[in-house]
Design a binder for this molecule. Structure first.
Ligand SMILES: [Zn+2]
Length: 144
């Protein structure tokens, strides 16, 4: 029971509520020290400064809406989508794009690796050929 009580308190410290973010966004004229003293004594000045820096002092979007399309609400059920500030659609678009790019770069790396392997083989063949022809030429040079 004690744990259950302690946990939400901790969460309140860690996660920024929409209300807190709105306060920061709506008061670009206040310093972080003033913001802390007036509205959020439970936050450190550094934390407020970081959050403001992240949002931009003159943030123009709407708190709680997707950073990308600015239409749908942030998908808070997904911790990753929430951290990125994306709605479900934009988050899924982004993840699909990343997966496609990962596949593309893996394909590219494989092709590069194979090219290097072929080049190495060719070099070895040429080296062997040179050694072979040098061995053939050597006796002739001695005769001459
Ligand atoms: Zn979106």
């Amino acid at each position: 029971m004690e744990l259950e009580l302690a946990y939400p308190e901790q969460r309140l410290e860690w996660y920024w509520t929409d209300n807190e973010l709105e306060i920061i966004v709506n008061h670009p004229e206040l310093s972080t020290k003033e913001l802390r003293e007036l509205f959020m004594p439970h936050r450190t000045e550094g934390a407020i400064r970081n959050k403001r820096h992240q949002l931009g002092r003159f943030f123009k979007g709407t708190i709680g809406t997707c950073k990308r399309c600015e239409e749908r609400p942030i998908w808070t059920e997904s911790a990753k989508a929430k951290a990125m500030g994306y709605c479900k659609g934009c988050y899924l678009d982004e993840m699909e794009r990343r997966t496609a790019e990962d596949i593309r770069s893996a394909r590219f790396r494989k092709r590069e690796w194979e090219a290097r392997k072929t080049e190495k083989k060719l070099n070895e063949l040429q080296k062997a050929k040179r050694v072979h022809s040098a061995a053939e030429k050597a006796p002739r040079k001695q005769r001459a």
